[in-house]
Design a protein. Structure first.
Length: 314
């Protein structure tokens, strides 16, 4: 079974979760930045974690970088000092997958530290990935192409579809077989979309995706469609024309498939607002996302992290 961090069940039986999160901080105090750098550098001395540290110099990257590797094999990223015409040392970025590391005490403590060291206007959600899990076989789910760049990758009998230029682009969409990727014993298809929380719900670049509801439909029903009717059905599902454009007999034949067997993947506004409520807690009170007994602590800490205003170099 997949593990989720604060999932949301939709009315149509899908599971929503935040699958990737990028948070930017602005830490203006050199003393606080020095203390934070020392804290990250000394993590393996006080917690059961490994850190991979490196420097980068390409514009648009962060100068000091760290991958925090946890005891269960998961990890998250921290970048400090954005490389530009002049390195902007005040900027710090943290990127992680809540479904994998949301319960870990090291992450929660780092988020608490950064929130305590900054003002509310100096921390923001840069972007996030929303994951929609559809409990059907990958071959029964269709991604409708739009004006965005479309690509697909095949690996054996599996294939993954993309809309959008690259993984960090707002609106980037990915549809793939989660059952195969996670080695699950049940069918599961995942739709991932990269979103900007500052964009209104109505203006988010939601893709058009539909699937065949096998609980309602027998595949033999589709076999009774003629080639022409299959073409018409595909055109209607892709947004070309309306069923009202068809003759009465064709409408009677096509309508049951549209109304009973075909289900669109969609996020309701109230469901999306629940996601935004979760995001706000990450930059205000991350411990409210979990109960104290839910915190997965594999760190075996020597002591609690010092408050941000104290020096870690003592």
């Amino acid at each position: 079974m997949l593990s989720y961090f604060n999932p949301i069940q939709t009315e149509n039986g899908l599971t929503l979760s935040v699958d990737r999160l990028v948070i930017d901080y602005y830490v203006g105090s050199p003393l606080k930045r020095e203390a934070f750098s020392a804290f990250i550098f000394r993590l393996p001395l006080h917690y059961n974690v490994d850190t991979q540290l490196w420097d980068a110099f390409k514009p648009g990257t962060y100068h000091s970088n760290a991958i925090i590797k946890l005891n269960d094999g998961n990890s998250f990223y921290i970048g400090m000092g954005l490389n530009a015409a002049k390195t902007e040392w005040e900027k710090i970025r943290i990127e992680f997958n809540p479904n994998k590391v949301g319960y870990h005490s090291v992450l929660l403590r780092i988020l608490r530290w950064l929130n305590g060291a900054t003002q509310p206007m100096h921390r923001s959600i840069r972007r996030f990935d929303i994951a929609m899990d559809i409990p059907v076989d990958r071959n029964d789910v269709t991604l409708i192409k739009d004006r965005r760049l479309y690509t697909s990758r095949k690996h054996g009998s599996e294939f993954t579809e993309y809309l959008g230029a690259k993984s960090s682009t707002i609106g980037r969409t990915k549809l793939y077989n989660k059952q195969t990727e996670a080695g699950l014993a049940y069918p599961l298809t995942r739709l991932e979309i990269t979103l900007d929380p500052t964009t209104p719900f109505e203006k988010q670049p939601w893709p058009k995706v539909y699937y065949i509801d096998n609980y309602q439909c027998q595949l033999d029903d589709f076999k009774r469609l003629t080639d022409t009717q299959r073409f018409i059905l595909g055109a209607l599902l892709s947004g070309y024309g309306s069923i009202k454009d068809l003759g009465r007999r064709e409408q009677e034949r096509i309508r049951p498939f549209l109304e009973q067997y075909i289900k669109y993947v969609a996020v309701a506004k109230k469901e999306y607002m629940k996601i935004l409520q979760q995001l706000r807690l990450y930059v205000t009170s991350p411990y409210k996302l979990v109960r104290r007994d839910d915190v997965y602590d594999d760190t075996v800490p020597v002591h609690e992290p010092l408050p941000y205003y104290q020096s870690f170099s003592r």
